[in-house]
Write a protein of this length. Structure first.
Length: 114
């Protein structure tokens, strides 16, 4: 199982980013996928999740209405589109398979700062 996150960076408050997670080593289209984040000094928290076919998504309250998860099963990739970014969105973002929860990628750093 391999998960490779990318797309992070430095962005101003109110800005946008799109993160990607390329998955391999498992049946991607058979697995619901999740995005997590970890802010400095805090525990990792769930950002949201998407069903296997991509027909349903759920989000944590702090990101509802601002973040959107999507997936492309042909490319074995899940995305996290983040709009209206806030300082408190700063952290390392990780994707995770609901079928292989013990496997993590290296994450991608998102820093929201003016």
């Amino acid at each position: 199982v391999q998960l490779v996150e990318s797309g992070g960076g430095l962005v101003q408050p109110g800005g946008s980013l799109i993160l990607s997670c390329a998955a391999s080593g498992f049946a991607f289209m058979r697995s619901a996928m999740k995005w997590y984040r970890q802010a400095p000094g805090k525990a990792r928290e769930l950002v949201g999740c998407i069903t296997r076919a991509g027909s349903n998504t759920n989000y944590a309250d702090p990101v509802k209405g601002r973040f959107t998860i999507s997936r492309d099963n042909d490319k074995n990739t899940v995305y996290l589109k983040m709009n209206s970014l806030k300082h408190e969105d700063t952290g390392v973002y990780y994707c995770n398979s609901a079928s292989w929860e013990n496997y993590w990628g290296q994450g991608t750093q998102v820093t929201v700062s003016s």
